[in-house]
Design a protein around this ligand. Structure first.
Ligand SMILES: [Zn+2]
Length: 84
C-alpha cells in the first residue's frame, strides 16, 4: 500500500501522520466500515481520543460517513465510519 503525500513538512505537525494513516486505511478499504476501536487497531493508531477526534472532525466536514452500522472487522453493531 503506497502512501501519497508522505513528504516532509517544514512545520512539525503531530496530528498529520495519524490522520494520513487513518485516511489511507479507510480509502483502501472502501466500502467497508469500521468502529472506532477497529480503526484504532487497523490504522495502527495509539490513542483512542486521537481516533475519535479525527473521525468526528472528518465526518462533520463531510469527508467520512459516520453512523450506526455493522463493523466490517469485529461485526458488532455500533457507530462506524467509512470513506464515501
Ligand atoms: Zn469493530
Amino acid at each position: 500500500m503506497s502512501e501519497p503525500g508522505n513528504e516532509r513538512s517544514p512545520r512539525l505537525s503531530t496530528s498529520e501522520a495519524p490522520g494520513q494513516r487513518l485516511r489511507a486505511f479507510l480509502h483502501a478499504n472502501i466500502p467497508q466500515m469500521y468502529c472506532d476501536e477497529c480503526l484504532k487497531r487497523e490504522a495502527r493508531l495509539i490513542r483512542m481520543d486521537t481516533v475519535k477526534r479525527l473521525v468526528q472532525s472528518a465526518a462533520s466536514a463531510g469527508r467520512y460517513l459516520r453512523g450506526i452500522g455493522t463493523c466490517s472487522a469485529c461485526k458488532h453493531a455500533k457507530t462506524v465510519t467509512r470513506a464515501p
